[in-house]
Design a protein around this ligand. Structure first.
Ligand code: BGC
Length: 434
């Protein structure tokens, strides 16, 4: 449960142009968002895949890559040198300890990232140093070649880092600006997590600080992907144990490894392989591809787990293309059931996390804004989660659903830009700089 120093929902007054850098588990997105007060916004986004060597390299390599992508974005989208630095928020989808909005000490990497030299350090000075290196390097180019393209670099990267924001908090803020009934922001993508607003008086970590009124609302990043790392509550299977053991960080993110997109394909692959090796499935087939780690990803499940008649043929094509296997029709039916089992378990466990936050706050109705590619593309996931919530809260059949989930596209980036706006101006500015 991390205190984020995001104090209350936006008012709608936010306006101006802000930058956000979103460092997730799969991509690095650089965006510029322009807001008008009490109105809509415009967003420009550049998506850069995070190369494997960067995911497992050093802090310097990671931040140099980030600075490079940022510079390219500024170069493409800014026509001339600007007098004023643009406020930038880092949307950082990993657990950080924050002593202020503008700092974030990485607690641990999740989602398979394993960059040396970042855990235990504040990411803001690390990125600033990389930006400094970039400016220095381009100054040299400018002096020797007088390239016009170096002009923007000569200015320094015209940015000012004002906030470190978890993706769940960004999503909460984006959705709450449009709909005040939204109480939870969540991510269901490569990873899984949620955030909500808590009254300061109910947060032992900060309660009693003289500059924070008891009734101030503070966004809490639940970081519940790490729920039950002691393995006392969740009904883990031997496949979960295998996923954990083969991961970059065994013993961590137990709940996330049972639920989120990064792991669903791998769970399914292990079940298929186990059944094949025991002679129950894909008899006579060549399992070479099936033995490859991560050959199946979450898109495989969402492509199969559809309510469309005739999808068995489509499924056959997918097995051939991805796994080099041509299952018989009865085998395809079994596989379909296995996919459903993995998908249903994920949705039911995901519902538990949302339900826990609602129960803690005694909310009987709530809107949940969810961002993340798996939520967006896995069509059966939303309705299964809602059904599971109905079971947890024991709503009588035919009752109108009281906790609803809505997609909040690019919530993380837009919300981070909004938080940059809140940090740069507005009445709560002093609180944000605690
Ligand atoms: C991280 C969270 C993040 C979630 C969704 C988890 O692995 O620990 O900080 O919100 O993934 O991206």
């Amino acid at each position: 449960m991390n205190v984020t120093w995001v104090m209350g929902p936006p008012t709608g007054e936010e306006h101006g142009r802000y930058l956000a850098l979103d460092l997730g588990g799969t991509n690095l997105r650089v965006c510029e968002v322009s807001f008008e007060a009490f109105s809509d916004f415009e967003v420009l986004i550049n998506k850069n895949p995070l190369p494997e060597e960067v995911k497992h390299g050093t802090a310097e390599e990671l931040w140099d890559y980030v600075a490079e992508c940022l510079q390219r974005f500024l170069h493409e989208h800014h026509t001339g040198p600007s007098e004023k630095k643009v406020p930038l928020a880092i949307a950082f989808s990993y657990p950080v300890t924050q002593s202020s909005l503008r700092s974030g000490i990485l607690q641990r990497w999740t989602k398979g990232l394993d960059v040396k030299g970042v855990e235990g350090h504040d990411i803001v000075p690390q990125l600033e140093a990389a930006i400094g290196r970039k400016v220095g390097a381009h100054l040299e180019v400018f002096c020797t070649r007088e390239e016009p393209s170096a002009l923007i670099s000569l200015q320094g990267l015209p940015i000012d880092i004002v906030a470190v924001v978890n993706d769940t908090v960004g999503t909460l803020i984006t959705a709450a600006r449009q709909d005040p009934e939204v109480k939870i922001g969540s991510i269901f993508g490569t990873g899984c997590n949620a955030a909500y607003f808590e009254e300061a008086s109910r947060i032992p970590k900060i309660h009693g600080r003289s500059n924070i009124p008891d009734d101030a609302l503070v966004a809490i990043n639940a970081e519940y992907g790490a729920f039950d790392d002691e393995r006392k509550v969740l009904p883990c299977t031997r496949f979960d144990d295998m996923i954990d053991q083969s991961s970059a960080r065994p013993g961590q993110q137990t709940y996330e490894k049972m639920v989120s997109g990064l792991y669903l394909g791998e769970i399914l692959r292990m079940v298929f392989l186990d059944l094949h090796e025991s002679g129950a499935l894909f008899q006579g087939a060549d399992p070479t591809l099936l033995r490859q780690q991560n050959v199946i990803d979450a898109s495989f499940l969402s492509a199969i787990d559809l309510d469309v008649p005739g999808s068995v043929q489509e499924m056959g094509r997918l097995f051939k293309q991805k796994l080099g296997i041509e299952p018989s029709l009865p085998e395809l039916r079994i596989c379909r059931q296995l996919v459903e089992m993995v998908g249903i378990r994920a949705a039911r466990l995901y519902a538990c996390g949302i339900a826990a936050i609602c129960k803690k706050n005694n909310w009987s109705t709530c809107r949940v804004a969810v961002d993340g590619a798996v939520f967006e593309n896995y069509t059966n996931f939303r309705k299964r989660t809602m059904a599971a919530l109905g079971e947890i809260f024991d709503w009588p059949p035919e009752t109108e659903t009281r906790i609803t989930l809505q997609h909040c596209k690019e919530g993380s980036e837009i919300g981070s830009a909004l938080i940059a706006a809140l940090a740069s101006e507005g009445p709560r500015r002093h609180l944000l700089q605690t």
